[in-house]
Design a protein around this ligand. Structure first.
Ligand code: FAD
Length: 298
């Protein structure tokens, strides 16, 4: 990793932080230490670093807002990349927009509405970055990213710029990018004509979310994926886990698919609760719950 660190510092390719607490990189607030945290100053810098990492056969992980992640309580020795400086949003033509991967989904939703288009309202309540939203094909209230996404620019593991124009691989919380090393750098979206009610819709979505989700606590949103025929919260509720606590983690009283960090929770507490819920729900209903939140491996 020394050669990568030298490249970044000597060529001034962005900001580097050392020994950063993973708990501060995620909305759940759990985890050990990230040894190297890199903020590329621009796309060209990122390309140089990815080429070097490939050349040295070194691992990396791109992190957005960390709103779907659970870290272990250990030290992560590889490079974490955060795209905060790649966050430009642009209106290209009527209803056609682009956003770099580090842009906030909530800000982009507003940008689209303020620039006389509609359809982005569903993004106003998802706390991820554009990169994270595309990776997860995030959705809310029956709309998903892939409904409006037209193309994606990304880097492959050799640091080459590529373009994806086909959305065949986008499904419920799954995209072409899931479980790959590809780095999303920019999304292009075609939205709908202006809707005078857009801001009202955003307000309604926010109120609905506040009344149904424990937004006052640290969480990673939904813990488990829903089945087509039954939402995960119903299965968890039926197995009696609402408000069930292990140490400093708890299944929310307000929403049974939300695992919340009450204060300084550990990975082991969170993982024990996840496993307990999975086992009991399977025993009671025959449904094997699959995690929606992602455990970051060291
Ligand atoms: C309170 C709360 C409410 C939520 N509500 C919703 C909801 O309504 N709908 C919904 O779908 N989700 C919801 N989520 C979950 C989460 O916000 C989404 O999954 C979001 O898409 C994650 O984006 P992120 O930037 O935080 O990604 P992260 O959590 O940082 O990362 C998630 C994955 O994306 C990858 N990734 C991130 N950026 C890039 C990139 N540029 N290139 C390649 N890979 C990348 C990461 O490597 C990781 O594998 C909620 C979460 C919280 C905490």
């Amino acid at each position: 990793m020394k050669s990568v660190i030298n490249l970044i510092t000597e060529q001034n390719l962005g900001k580097l932080l050392f020994d950063y607490p993973a708990s501060k990189l995620t909305s759940l607030g759990i985890g050990g230490i990230v040894k190297y945290l890199y903020y590329p100053k621009d796309l060209d810098s990122l390309i140089l670093v990815i080429k070097k990492l490939k050349n040295k056969n070194l691992k990396y992980f791109v992190i957005g807002n960390g709103t779907n992640l659970l870290f272990k309580d250990c030290t992560y020795e590889y490079l974490f990349i955060k795209l905060n400086y790649l966050s430009r949003m642009e209106k290209i033509e009527k209803n056609y927009f682009s956003a770099e991967a580090g842009a906030q989904g909530i800000k982009f939703s507003k940008f689209v509405i303020d620039n006389n288009s509609s359809g982005s309202e569903f993004m106003s309540i998802i706390p991820g970055t554009i990169g994270g939203l595309i990776y997860m094909n995030a959705s809310s209230y029956h709309k998903s990213i892939s409904d409006y996404l037209e193309k994606v620019e990304y880097l492959n593991e050799f640091g080459e710029v590529c373009v994806l124009e086909n959305k065949n691989d986008f499904n419920y919380r799954k995209s072409f990018f899931t479980n790959t090393n590809l780095i999303i750098t920019k999304g292009y979206f075609r939205f709908l004509d202006e809707n005078p009610n857009s801001n009202k819709i955003v307000k309604e979505f926010r109120l609905k979310k506040q009344s149904t989700q424990p937004l006052e606590y640290k969480s990673a949103g939904s813990t488990f994926r829903n089945y087509d025929e039954i939402p995960a919260w119903k299965l968890i509720d039926k197995s009696g886990f609402r408000n069930f606590r292990i140490g400093n983690v708890c299944i929310s009283k307000k929403h049974a698919n939300f695992l919340i960090n009450l204060s300084k929770a550990s990975f082991n507490e969170a993982n024990s609760l996840i496993e307990k819920v999975k086992n009991k729900v399977y025993e009671d209903s025959g449904y094997l719950l699959e995690c929606e939140l992602e455990i970051v491996e060291p």
